[in-house]
Design a protein around this ligand. Structure first.
Ligand code: GDP
Ligand code: MG
Length: 458
């Protein structure tokens, strides 16, 4: 195989900062370090020891000092990529990091693609694919829940769980193969009922993990929530009160909100992506009609609707239109303007099965209960980090679901006396789906799709 190329990138964000890090990985990393880095006295650094930090200067090809810096050399395989790695911590700032990078490139490295460092860590077996995916999630996490879920996955919680399933399946598979190869021996090494039991246990474990996906996905990506209601009930006021700042324009004129406005709310570690919409009503105004169309679009995309009513005026035909349009979707009903005398009771909404909360967006009352209900709708009663294993990504869910079906089919086949060859096929397929999640047999384009979501330098 060809020597891999040596790659380099600025690993810290673009812009000014206290420190900027230029990272280099590959067989030429050490030679490059020796050419671009000098000790304070000007001597070149011929004898760098691994995992030690050196103080000195970065020089360009002409010998000009580019910056004062710290250098760390990490000899393979004890590095992020399992290759020789050098990291230069120089002064932050577009120009400095760029010049240091250029000095490194001039010595034979090439610019790294997004995610290429992590891809190399994966290809060298330091991380499996679920862990590599977790690296992006750790970087992108915006709330405690998403961060915890990502750190847990990076730590290998999902991988360990999958490997345990695989261990059992491999054992079953071994006994099945023995039964296929030596049928006449009638060797009941293990009774069929035990194999069925083992398969059923694996199926149950798959089912339990799959059941965490709804929650895991919300922990990772947040819950898309749309505020819906007729004009003037206080939707924009509610958004502002939830966010604690004046994000949307509030006015006594119905039809003020024309476009959808999206923002994010962190409720006790859970990300709620909240969308304020134009009031639903029949209108002849072209712009308002477009606003209403967008409101309906947001409603269709949302996973939860906050359906808002004005508690201080009698319910109108538009309110009933809103009730009809939101029926059957996950909803929380909000009776706003609780600071004013009530003009109707909750029973008038005729939706006894759905939580209905009274708030005043103006006075700021009722929000604790509302946030509590929102969080409850998002992830249920669990506290963060309670699950032993948490599925957060559609890719994992899809493959595990396929594995689950195969394992169930295998168990049923064994119970019904299906020829062992067919049972073994199902087990092999299940093993394949598990291997897919771990990235052991992924096609190049799958890997490309995953790693292209990374930032440069990671
Ligand atoms: N008294 C009272 N007025 C409110 C409350 N929430 C909103 N309003 C008023 O109702 C009007 C419409 O509010 P807005 O948020 O623009 O409603 P939207 O059309 O549903 O977005 C404004 O004059 C607000 O000040 C509330 O809780 N109490
Ligand atoms: Mg509004």
């Amino acid at each position: 195989m060809d020597q891999p190329e040596t790659i380099a990138a600025v690993a810290t964000p673009v812009g000014t900062g206290g420190i900027g890090v230029v990272r280099v990985s590959g067989p030429a990393a050490l030679t490059i370090a020796q050419r671009v880095f000098i000790h304070p006295g000007g001597q070149s650094c011929t004898a760098l020891q691994s995992h030690r930090v050196y103080y000195g200067f970065v020089v360009d090809g002409a010998g000009e000092r580019v910056d004062e810096a710290l250098l760390c050399y990490m000899r393979q395989p004890r590095s992020y990529t399992c290759e020789d790695v050098i990291e230069v911590s120089c002064h932050g700032g577009m120009f400095t990091t760029q010049r240091v990078l250029e000095a490194v490139l001039a010595q034979g490295a090439r610019i790294a693609e997004p995610g290429e460092f992590t891809k190399r860590a994966f290809l060298h077996g330091r991380l499996d694919l679920t862990q590599a995916e977790a690296v992006i999630d750790v970087i992108n996490a915006r709330t405690l829940a998403s961060h915890r879920a990502a750190v847990q996955q990076l730590d290998g919680a999902l991988s360990r769980y999958l490997r345990t399933l695989r261990e059992t399946l491999l054992q079953v598979s071994m006994y099945l193969e023995a039964g296929i190869d030596f049928p006449e021996e009638d060797l009941e090494l293990v009774p069929t009922s035990t194999l069925v039991e083992q398969l059923e246990t694996v199926a149950e474990q798959c089912r339990q993990a799959l059941a965490t996906f709804a929650r895991g996905r919300v922990m990772r990506d947040g819950l898309a929530t749309a505020i819906i209601g007729r004009p003037n009930v206080g939707k924009s006021s509610l958004l502002n009160a939830l966010l604690g700042r004046d994000r949307a324009i509030v006015s006594p004129h119905p039809g003020t909100t024309r476009d959808t406005i999206e923002d994010a709310l962190d409720i006790d570690g859970i990300l709620v992506r909240i969308i304020d919409t134009a009031g639903l009503r029949v209108s002849t105004d072209a712009i308002e009609q477009e606003g209403v169309r967008r409101a309906r679009e947001a409603m269709a995309r949302a996973e939860l609707l906050l359906v808002v009513f004005d508690g201080s005026t009698a319910l109108t035909a538009d309110d009933h239109l809103v009730l009809a349009e939101t029926a059957g979707k996950p909803c929380v009903l909000v009776r706003n303007k609780g600071d004013l005398p009530a003009a109707w009771t909750q029973g008038d909404l005729a939706r006894p099965d759905i939580p209905c909360l009274e708030v005043s967006a103006l006075a700021g009352t009722g929000f604790e209960a509302l946030e509590c209900t929102l969080r409850q709708q998002a992830v249920g009663q669990v506290s963060l980090g309670q699950d032993a294993v948490l599925l957060t990504q559609e890719r994992h869910r899809r493959s595990l679901d396929l594995a689950w079906r195969d394992v169930q089919a295998a168990a049923q086949g064994l119970r019904q006396g299906t020829p062992l060859e067919f049972v073994a096929f199902d087990v092999t397929d299940a093993l394949q789906h598990i291997a897919d999640i771990l990235g052991e047999s992924c096609a190049g384009e799958v890997l490309e799709r995953i790693f292209s979501r990374f930032c440069i330098g990671k």
